[in-house]
Ligand binder design. Sequence first.
Ligand SMILES: Cc1cc2nc3c(=O)[nH]c(=O)nc-3n(C[C@H](O)[C@H](O)[C@H](O)COP(=O)(O)O)c2cc1C
Length: 341
Amino acid sequence: MTPDSAPHPTDVRAGSPAVAAALAAALSAAVASAGLAPSIHNTQPWQWRMTGDSLDLHLEPSRLLDVADPDARLATLSCGAALHHARVSLAAQGWRATVTRIPDPAHPEHLAHLQADGPARVDPPTVRRAQAIRLRHTDRRPLSGPRIGPDELRAITRAVQAEGTSLHVLSRDQVIDLATAADHAHHTELHEARWQAELAYWTGGTRPTGTGIPDTAIPARPPQTTVPGRDFGHHGDLPIGDGHDRTATFAILYGHADQPLDWLHAGEALSAAWLTATEIGASLLPLSATIEMISTRQAMRVLLSSVGYPHLVLRLGTVNPNDARPDHAPRLPTDQIIDSS
Ligand SMILES: Cc1cc2nc3c(=O)[nH]c(=O)nc-3n(C[C@H](O)[C@H](O)[C@H](O)COP(=O)(O)O)c2cc1C
């Protein structure tokens, strides 16, 4: 549906059957876009319910990481990214929506209620942002292009702040502290059999259809980096050059509290930052190992001088535009992530 072709009454609840059908198509398209959001290990831990003119977002219990993410912190963050994708998609289709986050504290797995309110003007930046949804992807190769510039960093920071979250760019010394913490987190996790089994279930060769990280997205050999990326416990098929990550900028996405609502906002901010980075040709890689363990999460909090709570580490930079980009990770079909009634 194009914004021009959609009928737009002032109040969608008083609309005609044609309006209801147009809105149902827009909500379905928003869920399809949300399905392309990034998620921890590509678990896609979301389930949507569509009722008339609204959507409800729930954590999907069968796609949570019990070992690496026992509080569903990173799953909630992933769902926040999906929620932001849905918001962007609806706006680009010419619909205004109101979002109520964690509407019932007695049911914290019900993460958001999104109510379509009526027509919205569609401007070119909104369309560009929605187009970035299909282009965004995770690139784990070393950053071989120039360092990200101040204008790009400002644009990404503004996108994060617009979602009520903050970004702290690490100094050179702090990057060394981050590298030490990441090394410690990987070392500890890889020595835990349950953690290894969970990682093996979601990555590489044989895994649930439509989910997980394929070998084509995992580097064929360890990239040369100051801050180690995720150690998947095996090498994949993604060719990487001899470059070193020297031009990478590292930042911590943080908030003022550390509750599910803050994780949801952080996920929305992650999506906003990543779509902005995609639009301006920058690369963004989330690094969550230091957030997964209490001790290294505390080390990240020290890097923030305790002014906030760390939600995710981001690697920012540019890749050589001549390098072929990795394939998209698989996705569940939309009809498996939406229930209609
Ligand atoms: C909360 C969160 C944490 C993530 N942590 C890591 C990480 O530590 N290392 C990594 O290589 N990718 C990480 N990712 C990227 C996911 O693996 C990626 O989004 C997923 O495999 C889907 O692939 P796509 O982003 O290319 O669509 C993370 C993503 C999210 C949303």
